[in-house]
Design a protein around this ligand. Structure first.
Ligand SMILES: NC(=O)c1ccc[n+]([C@@H]2O[C@H](COP(=O)([O-])OP(=O)(O)OC[C@H]3O[C@@H](n4cnc5c(N)ncnc54)[C@H](O)[C@@H]3O)[C@@H](O)[C@H]2O)c1
Length: 333
């Protein structure tokens, strides 16, 4: 039985508590939050749950094997570091840390103490992303051309980070999972309208081998959109995460250049074949992820969404931040 303490019971914390509670080989030992109102909500949802506002006591509790850090981004480093120093495995929310240097320090500390770090890149555990990864791995899409994502809705405005640090970690972690080629450079533009943080942003990621990605993140959209296009030489995917049943659609569409005898002699032929929607696993991603964390602890396995995966995302976020400050300067990774 692995015993976990969960710090942070705001918007996302209840999902984490519910999912760890649902696992057979895990027990939630305590829910800790500095807010009394949050602890009252935790107690209402889980009557017999031990709750605490004492962060130091939670981090060092001898009966806990692991700590989940579900607090705002700027607190991740301090809390995760203290947990590791106290010999606890850590599950940390995305984005892993506020800087790459902090992420590197946590990775080193965990390695020295032989402890696991898992960064909550929830989408990697969804049926849709697993299916797309399968298609990429088996070569069904052919050489990848692009990843193009729209992730927009009205709010939830964050107080400590801009829309890039809030929403783009999802796409950056998905891209890192699907695309094996290295990221070369990032360009980001965006604007602030309300609370001093960018609330709309456009990020372009250049990969090796002519793969390009574009991410549109926006807290000021009247409608919620979660649509990603992934274009390959052989097939193209449309993933609409808001669709109940057919989230992933594969289009047998493409373009073929049949002559390269000078620019005026290019013969372009278009292929427009079938579209189909493969069966996509429906289990709750977060439950699968929490269960995987417990499994990694029990069997001393390094999770694929470990500190290094978290660090790659933070490096891209840092590059995007640098680029946005200079109105779209190209930043090499
Ligand atoms: N994986 C996902 O899909 C997903 C979704 C939403 C949020 N998140 C992440 O979860 C984290 C929390 O986001 P949220 O929306 O729940 O934030 P929130 O502000 O709603 O909740 C944070 C909670 O942490 C508590 N807290 C803050 N500092 C603390 C400290 N030092 N010690 C103890 N408690 C403290 C606050 O009182 C609050 O109850 C963020 O990193 C966010 O990026 C991830």
């Amino acid at each position: 039985m692995i015993r976990i303490g969960i710090i942070g019971y705001g918007y996302w914390g209840p999902q984490i508590v519910r999912n760890f509670c649902s696992l057979e080989d895990c027990e939630v030992g305590v829910v800790c939050d500095k807010s009394a109102a949050a602890l009252r909500r935790a107690k209402q949802a889980h009557h017999s749950m031990q709750v605490s506002s004492d962060i130091g006591e939670t981090l060092s509790a001898p009966n806990l094997d692991a700590i989940a850090v579900i607090t705002p981004v700027w607190t991740h480093f301090e809390l995760a570091k203290a947990a590791l120093e106290n010999g606890k495995h850590v599950f940390v929310e995305k984005p892993f840390t506020s800087t790459a240097a902090q992420a590197e320090e946590l990775i080193e500390l965990a390695e020295k103490k032989n402890l696991r770090i898992m960064v909550d890149h929830t989408f990697l555990f969804t049926g849709a992303v697993k299916k797309i990864r399968e298609l990429v791995d088996e070569g069904a899409l052919g050489k990848l051309f692009y990843y193009d994502s729209t992730r927009v809705n009205l709010g939830l405005f964050q107080h400590d980070v801009n829309v890039i640090w809030d929403l783009a970690p999802h796409d950056l972690s998905i891209m890192d999972y699907l695309i094996k080629d290295k990221v070369e450079a990032i360009v980001a533009t965006g604007e602030r309208h309300l609370n001093g943080h960018e609330d709309i942003a456009f990020i372009t990621v250049y990969f090796e081998n002519n793969i390009i990605a574009h991410i549109n993140v926006n807290w000021l959209s009247p409608v919620k959109v979660r649509t990603t296009l992934i274009g390959g030489e052989k097939k193209m995917v449309v993933w609409n995460d808001l669709e109940a049943d057919e989230k992933v659609k594969i289009y047998d569409k493409g373009v073929k250049i049949t002559s390269r005898e000078g620019v005026y002699d290019l013969l372009v032929s278009y292929r427009s074949g079938d579209m189909w929607a493969p069966r996509v696993e429906q289990t709750e991603a977060l439950k699968a992820e929490c269960s995987y964390f417990i499994d990694c602890i029990k069997n001393s396995k390094t999770p694929f969404n470990d500190g290094h995966a978290g660090l790659k995302v933070v490096k891209m976020l840092e590059a995007a931040t640098e680029s946005i400050r200079e109105r779209g300067k190209i930043v090499r990774i």
